[in-house]
Structures are given as structure tokens and as C-alpha cells.
Write a protein that binds this ligand. Sequence first.
Ligand SMILES: [Zn+2]
Length: 243
Amino acid sequence: MNMKTIALAGALTLCVAVGMSGCGQPRGVKGDENGPSPLTEAEIRLIEGADSVMYVLDVADPEDSVILRAASQDFRDKDLQGEVFKTLAAKMLATVNAPEQGGVGIAAPQVGINRRLIVVQRLDKAGEPFEIYPNVRLDSLYGDLVKGREGCLSVPPFRGLVPRWTKAIVSYKDPETLETRRDTIAGFTAVIFQHEVDHLDGVLYIDRADSVFVDEDWKRERVSFDSLGRYKKPAILRESRDF
Ligand SMILES: [Zn+2]
């Protein structure tokens, strides 16, 4: 999710709560019947081979779009406690924190990994830390349905007005203790969670938006970002693979 959204969050307008908007069903998730499958060789190669700031997939690219639109599966417990998972979490943190990205959240499919992991900036906590949430799910959405502006690192240079719930109960797995944890989130941080967890189901904010428009500032800035040369697509994302 993109940083500029924060400045605009104060301009949220109330909208009538009519229930969750329907979105297309994501493709089937591998590993459902027998639990999550182990990290594949292709996933490990992508994670280990990536720069500390990873290439962020763009929905306008047909190859990237296939990954962004796929449903993601959980990590196995064994993988959550492995070095590859730690590397992925560290690189996703570096990516969302890169000044040229300026994000407040990112989901693993955005870096090419169809696994349930998101990074969220906890704007509701002192110091506004970025935290990781593996195997995350939205257990409950409640409160009011409120429209607010959103952007997405994978949908440049657009923004949209999106209805989101003001409160969420999320569950996730602590990668160290492997215990399931729950947290109740409110306000704009709840919006970030909804946006990022949607990514894990192959849903983008543009699917839920009432309107979508070009952000001219972002469009201008994006050109200079590209000139940094940090967004070269890894060759492995062009290969046929079993992710
Ligand atoms: Zn996004």
C-alpha cells in the first residue's frame, strides 16, 4: 500500500454499510488438502537471489498479473522457522521501507511469492513500527464501512476510493513460537490490513474501488524511480515455474 494514502486518510467520508462487496473468487490454493506445501526451489531461488530491495510486481505486466491474481498458501511451520523465511521477511521490510516506494504495507505476492505473509506499518502503535504477519487471516470485519483513498505499489500510478471496515480482528502465526495470535485493529491500520490480506486472495483494491483515477504526482515520480534501475524484473519471474 502506498504512503500518500495516509495524508488523505483524514478525508474519509462515511458511506452506508451494506456488507462486503463481492469480488471474483481466487484460483485454487495449492496445499489445501494436506496442509501447506514446502517452499519450492523456485521460491527459494527468487528469495535468495533478490536484492535487499526486491522488484515489485506490476499488475500492468501480464506475467506479474498472473502472480498477483493467484491465491496464496500458508507457510509450513518448518519453513516459518527457516532462514529463507527470515530472508524473505527482511527483504520485504527493506522493500516497503525503500524511500522511493514509501509504502505502509506490502504482501508477498507483490514480490513474486504466493504465500500468506504481509508487512504492515502499525500506525496505531508508538513509533509506528513495521511488523510481519505470516499465515494471516481476517477473522472478523466490523464497525462502519467507510470510503477512503488507496494506492498500491503494484498498481502505479492509480488511486481509488475504496470502502473498508473501520475495525478488524486478525489472526496470524508467531514465526518463533508457532502460536496463533489474534489482534484487534482499528482506524487506518485496519484499512492497511484489509488491503494487504486482499492481496493474498488475489484481490486488488481496484476490484473494490468505487472510482479509480491517475495520480499525476506519482506518475511523474515513478519515471525518476525507474531511472534508479532498482526495478529490474528477476529472470526467474519470466520462467515457467511451479510456484
Ligand atoms: Zn497493494
